[in-house]
Write a protein that binds this ligand. Structure first.
Ligand SMILES: C[S@@+](CC[C@H](N)C(=O)[O-])C[C@H]1O[C@@H](n2cnc3c(N)ncnc32)[C@H](O)[C@@H]1O
Length: 360
């Protein structure tokens, strides 16, 4: 899976454990699915999973990992096509010029391979799941040889050692099971009944000013294949500012979160929110309290990948040190029965000051 700001990789077993301890949950929705890591955890645990995310690359990941059922795919065909794509010689084109010459996210030899593979995928006769699987393989391969700190707003001044490796396509670890993938604004999705037939909705919205569209513009363009005009050292898409999420605005994020939560129709809500985010614990407890009993627990987690590596300016020079490398993720579980949610979140075992059971 790709390097991703706010990825819940380290929380997957905690989150699936919580859902597992709830009674009668069969269908879950991951409303801001991103890399689909959490949704994959749910699918592996045997739930039917519905995903949503406004990013087109996240939709592609979700079609591949969540909606496609590995038991129903022609894996031999996919393996053969991947082998053929992997053998293509590089061809200098839009991706090389934009992201390997004007910017330096990839070594030019890999930029040219990305061009060749992306163009070839467009010419193949594929189902939508097969296409998503090949695009996922290409993005994951590109991510393994990139020269960034995990965000596409800057690249390293010197090539990262991995950038010298050759781009190599691998078949993603596809999962058996059932699911559905949507690509909509979360508020609109909820308003049109997207959570109506699920038992639990998991919410992991953006929590600060960092725009996913702007920080992962290369993946967005690789999927759309629309060769947009770009600007600045980072060669972001010209339409980047049109895609800012309301969750990236401090004054708007509280109402935006409240609008989504209010519309959710599932019996249970599970929320993760970073303690450095725009919404305070009190805000979150107040909004969630309108839906039922709320149990809360905090989990210590690593800060985003960029913070682990350092702070760089757009030219790729290291310009600062990071103040701390760990933070807390607040988990909230909401439901109609207090004992059920207390038991599922495991809050009895914690000291009461840390695990406030707030509203009902
Ligand atoms: C914190 S990340 C989710 C990370 C995910 N749980 C994971 O482990 O990869 C938040 C996600 O919300 C998506 N997003 C931002 N605004 C949105 C909106 N209005 N509706 C739906 N998704 C949105 C972003 O594209 C991003 O993938």
């Amino acid at each position: 899976m790709i390097k991703y700001l706010g990825s819940k990789r380290t929380l997957v077993s905690t989150l699936t454990g919580v859902v597992h301890r709830l009674p009668d949950v069969r269908r879950v929705c991951d409303l801001f699915t991103g890399t689909t890591r959490v949704a994959q955890g749910f699918k592996t645990a045997g739930y039917h999973v519905r995903t949503n995310d406004v990013a087109t690359y996240a939709h592609v990941f979700a079609l591949a990992y969540i909606e496609a059922d590995a038991r129903a795919l022609d894996l031999a065909k996919l393996g053969r096509i991947l082998g053929e794509l992997d053998a293509l010689p590089g061809v200098r084109g839009y991706y090389t010029e934009t992201f390997a010459e004007q910017a330096r996210y990839f070594h030019p030899k890999n930029g040219a391979r990305i061009d060749a593979v992306r163009d070839a995928i467009e010419g193949l006769d594929l189902t939508r799941h097969e296409r998503a699987i090949l695009l996922t393989a290409l993005i994951e391969a590109a991510d393994r040889v990139d020269s960034t700190t995990g965000l596409q707003m800057a690249y390293l001044k010197q090539w990262a050692p991995r950038a010298h490796n050759d781009l190599a396509l691998r078949l993603p670890d596809l999962l058996p099971g059932t699911g559905e993938a949507f690509c909509e604004d979360a508020a609109a999705f909820v308003r049109r009944g997207g959570t109506e037939t699920v038992d639990l909705t998991y919410l992991d919205p953006p929590y600060n000013q960092h725009s996913y569209f702007g920080n992962y513009h290369v993946w967005e363009s690789l999927v759309r294949h629309d060769r947009p005009e770009t600007y600045g050292i980072a060669r972001k898409r010209l339409d980047t500012n049109d895609h800012r999420s309301v969750f990236n605005s401090k004054p708007k994020s509280r109402d935006a979160f409240a609008a989504v939560v209010t519309g959710i129709q599932s019996r249970y809500l599970l929320v993760s929110f970073n303690n450095e985010g725009y919404l305070s614990e009190t805000d979150l407890l107040t909004i969630l309290g309108g839906k039922g009993y709320v149990a809360q627990r905090s989990v210590d987690s690593k800060r985003y990948v960029g913070a682990q590596i350092g702070i760089y300016n757009p030219a790729g020079d290291k310009v600062g040190k990071v103040s701390h490398l760990r933070n807390k993720e607040h988990l909230f579980l909401v439901g109609p029965n207090r004992q059920e949610i207390e038991h599922a979140l495991g809050v009895e075992s914690l000291n009461r000051a840390q695990s406030s059971l707030a509203f009902g």
